[in-house]
Ligand binder design. Structure first.
Ligand code: AMP
Ligand code: GLY
Length: 427
């Protein structure tokens, strides 16, 4: 079988690493991939948003299954374009991917189907949005409707910040047309967790939970990033709470999308907040998480390809999905300056040594090869994942590997999975 992975980040490297273990795959491709992914897959240059170009490549090459990493091509309709050519694809159609593509759509769906979420209103007129802000007061959250590279949700401690957010999103259009409408919602407090399910539109199979660390600095300080680290499982999500989340949030969302004539096939990712009143959904993504995938897939036992194929073919009820009890911790090593401007091309050392370590895998997010050396080539550079039997030793194993890897200006958080430890100590 020939399988193509679309994308170029750490998430796609984790997908490539896991799929490379699948005996049925004769050739793995990545478009465009990265230097790390090139260890498992043949990397093909190309633009993930050139849907027709991508589909033409898949057809020409006789690709049996395309697995899509990032949201933008899915929301733009890559699954539809591939399906129109009779090609199999893991990822939802544009009609279903709208659950991530439009926060206004998602919020109205939650309201219509009684799915627990923050109270909200939506606006297409900035003056009305401002009047609502004045009535509600702060703290409050302002969100651009469409895709905004993860920067479209602004948690506003005071009204001044909220007015500025509305102004920038709706009048200045800093996120372009994504800011034609906004969602304004109540500010919730609690730990966050990522809960994902595989679904073929009928059967829903949960993945193990994980917790991301979005802010760039320790103790959740500084601006939000794509994610600075992750761990799984999440002690704060008890088995009972996990069941509640799947039964009252994820499954009802899958049924709601089907009911709306937008059947969802792929992996559905719920960003949850665990409030004192119970879990609520903050947003959905129509894809695997990054860096969540770097801790979730190492815990998957068995063949990922089988699950992806069953999802695509609408027979997910036939596969058994098993997870390891082990813990996984991923520490992201980033370029100094990220998520702001940063330099590229810094030589990375230590990767060969770390490759010898047991229970450690290094996923590449932004690297390149230059004259036989590894160099940095992105904001997030590496995701170092360790596995172990308990959190203290797994965290130590991840950081022991991180300490062996060097590049100029490297930045990483030193408190990844500390919350898991606190939860363990309390037990
Ligand atoms: P989103 O783009 O909706 O995932 O939001 C990005 C981040 O903003 C979330 O991970 C939360 O940390 C924060 N956030 C979003 N919505 C809310 C809310 N209603 N209350 C508190 N924090 C929020
Ligand atoms: N780690 C957050 C995301 O994948 O959206």
């Amino acid at each position: 079988m020939k399988v193509l992975i679309v994308g170029s980040g750490g998430r796609e490297h984790a997908l490539a690493w896991k799929l490379a273990q699948s005996p049925a795959i004769t050739q793995l491709y990545a478009l465009p991939g990265n230097a790390g992914i090139a260890q498992q897959a043949r990397c093909v240059p190309g633009d993930v948003e050139n849907l027709e170009g991508l589909a033409a490549f898949a057809q020409r090459e006789g690709i049996d299954l395309t697995v899509v990493g990032p949201e933008a091509p899915l929301i733009a309709g890559l699954a539809d374009v591939l399906a129109a050519r009779g090609l199999a694809v893991f990822g939802p159609t544009a009609e279903a991917a709208i659950i991530e593509g439009s926060k206004v759509f998602a919020k109205h769906l939650f309201r219509k189907y009684g799915i627990p979420t923050a109270q909200f209103e939506t606006f297409d007129d900035p003056a009305e949005a401002e009047a609502y802000l004045r009535r509600q007061g702060a703290p409050i959250v302002v969100k651009a409707d469409g895709l905004a590279a993860g920067k479209g949700s602004i948690v506003c401690r005071d009204l001044e910040t909220a007015f500025r957010a509305v102004d920038q999103i709706m009048r200045e259009r800093i996120f372009g047309d994504a800011g034609r409408q906004v969602v304004i919602e109540e500010c919730l407090t609690g730990q966050e967790a990522s809960i994902k399910v595989f679904t073929d539109g009928e059967t829903v199979v949960p993945l193990v939970p994980s917790q991301d660390h979005k802010p760039v600095y320790d103790n959740d300080e500084g601006p939000n990033t794509g994610g600075m680290g992750c761990y799984s499982p999440v002690p704060a999500v008890s088995e009972e709470l996990f069941t509640t989340i799947v039964e009252t949030i994820l499954k009802p969302t899958v049924w709601a999308l089907a009911e709306e004539g937008r059947p969802y096939r792929g992996v559905l990712y719920g960003g949850l907040i665990l409030t004192a009143e119970g879990p609520k959904v903050l947003e959905y993504n129509c894809r695997f998480g990054d860096p969540e995938t770097q801790v979730v897939l190492p815990r998957l036992e068995g063949d990922l390809l089988e699950i992806l194929q069953a999802t695509v073919e609408g027979r997910l009820n036939e596969v058994e999905v098993r997870w390891s009890e082990r813990k996984a911790v991923c520490v992201v090593m980033a370029s100094g300056g990220y998520p702001g401007p940063y330099e590229k091309g810094k030589v990375i050392t230590g990767l060969d040594q770390v490759a010898q370590l047991e229970d450690v895998v290094v996923f590449h997010a932004g690297t390149a090869r230059r004259e036989g050396e590894w160099v940095t080539n992105g904001g997030r550079v590496l995701g170092v994942t360790a596995m172990g039997d308990d959190f203290p030793s797994t965290i130590e194993r991840a950081y022991a590997a991180v300490r062996r890897i060097h590049f100029e200006g490297v930045h990483f958080r030193r408190d990844i999975a500390r919350r898991a430890l606190q939860a363990v100590v309390r037990e």
